[in-house]
Design a protein around this ligand. Structure first.
Ligand code: SF4
Length: 92
């Protein structure tokens, strides 16, 4: 997985502990920094793909990433179960 985006992260100039907060206030501080980061998208995808459980990545807390992952799993399941549009229009 490409990690060249990491060199552009705003967190490079800050203490790592900032992104591993112990309370909601700390999460909000990290999220505000991430909101202005030019590599927010790749950072979030990296954390999701690697199932990183701790810290704020791409502006998302652990809980938010679990919610995103769950939503993606459910969407993928629904897409697999959905009859294809071709099958739905094929005459019997
Ligand atoms: S989105 Fe946040 S955690 Fe990710 S690289 Fe940017 S500042 Fe760092």
């Amino acid at each position: 997985m490409d990690t060249t985006w990491m060199a552009q992260g705003k967190c490079r100039q800050l203490a790592p502990a900032t992104f591993f907060p112990s309370d909601g206030v700390g999460v909000e501080v990290a999220r505000r920094i991430c909101a202005e980061c030019p590599v927010k998208g790749p950072c979030l995808e990296y954390a999701l793909c690697n199932r990183i459980e701790h810290g704020v990545w791409g502006g998302a807390s652990e809980r938010e990433r679990r919610r995103i992952s769950r939503g993606r799993r459910l969407a993928a399941q629904a897409a697999r179960l959905k009859p294809s549009s071709r099958a739905a229009t094929t005459p019997r």
